[in-house]
Design a protein around this ligand. Sequence first.
Ligand SMILES: Cc1cc2nc3c(=O)[nH]c(=O)nc-3n(C[C@H](O)[C@H](O)[C@H](O)COP(=O)(O)OP(=O)(O)OC[C@H]3O[C@@H](n4cnc5c(N)ncnc54)[C@H](O)[C@@H]3O)c2cc1C
Length: 392
Amino acid sequence: MKPDLFEAPDYYNLDDLLTEEHIMIRDAARAWVKRDVSPIIEKAAQDAKFPKSIIPGLASIGAFGPYIPEEYGGAGLDQISYGLIMQEIERGDSGVRSTASVQSSLVMYPIWKYGTEEQKQKFLPKLASGEFMGSFGLTEPDHGSNPSGMVTRFKDAGDHVILNGAKLWISNSPFCDVAVVWAKDENDRIHGLLVERGMEGFTTPETHNKWSLRASATGELIFQDVKIPKSNILPGRSGLGAPLSCLDSARFGIAWGAIGAAMDCYDTALRYSKERIQFGKPIAGFQLQQKKLAEMITEITKAQLLAWRLGVLREQGKATSAQISMAKRNNVEIAINIAREARQMLGGMGITGEYSIMRHSMNLESVITYEGTHDIHLLITGLDITGENAFS
Ligand SMILES: Cc1cc2nc3c(=O)[nH]c(=O)nc-3n(C[C@H](O)[C@H](O)[C@H](O)COP(=O)(O)OP(=O)(O)OC[C@H]3O[C@@H](n4cnc5c(N)ncnc54)[C@H](O)[C@@H]3O)c2cc1C
């Protein structure tokens, strides 16, 4: 792969909206991605292997629990810092950002929000340092967009419960030390359970043959009569709203992360267009190529503004789930479109691993599907503005 020469576009001087601390945190993440992710990520994706060697680096830039309080090992940062870190990581690779998002928003967040003090002390510091890796099991083979239909269940058995069922498409599952698993009790109420590696009857087979997010490990969580101590149930909240609140946090991170992938594709295409000579001049001088670049920077700028405003609202505790859906949907869509246009601008070179664009393009196919598909987020906006439920 070519050296990483990334220069971030900031067409509307949006850095003026950030604090010095934001810029420092973002620049540290940016430098780390350049130094430790870019040189190894193409091979990791080609080999379909999550590069575990970067786990300590992810912890060092605050990617594991950016907004979790420092007393639990988190970085104690605000929501915009969280967003900026996700943006920079996804600039490197959506799979690496997925690992960080799952760890922070889908594992640490529910333990922090809904866990007991004992659960927090046991898991959060180790998850923040990367000593423990976590996964989040909501999706099932027959229940993706409609998780409320889940069939994974647990039964009361005195001081413990017995869990049976299976989860599919679970990021980090093959190597997770702990899984936050959403399952129904005997009254059909959904609860979060902390399932630990080593518990008898708990297995995590890897899902192979992915053409997308190849540098992120995806797999199943299978539970066959797994005995779980009651002290591993998250007591703070039950019902579908509990996992959905975690998804809000993760989707917020994706809204920022997708901008990173889009910026990388734009920057690569811009640089290439100035260097690639056809018909005696740089292709950047042709109107058709300028149209692509001009539209890319316009969409990136709009996405940056959307994400920043959402960050402010979220920090104030005012961001609604529907607002988060809109930003996730929009920013992933512009990123996938930009990746496609940028790839064309590189001609044949665009399909090789010499450049990051094709990898971003394939990765974004997962990003537009997970954490609520593109269609589902549109339905959320539709419901929010009309009051009419078009889901079922
Ligand atoms: C790489 C990867 C990693 C993932 N990681 C995780 C993870 O860590 N944890 C986890 O729990 N899940 C994870 N997922 C699962 C992901 O969230 C689901 O794939 C997603 O929610 C969609 O579910 P599905 O694949 O079952 O598609 P389906 O729900 O079967 O949807 C199929 C199609 O039907 C459409 N559709 C569904 N319902 C409606 C409707 N009411 N109206 C109109 N259209 C509809 C959808 O938009 C979609 O286009 C991951 C997925 C991938 C690909």
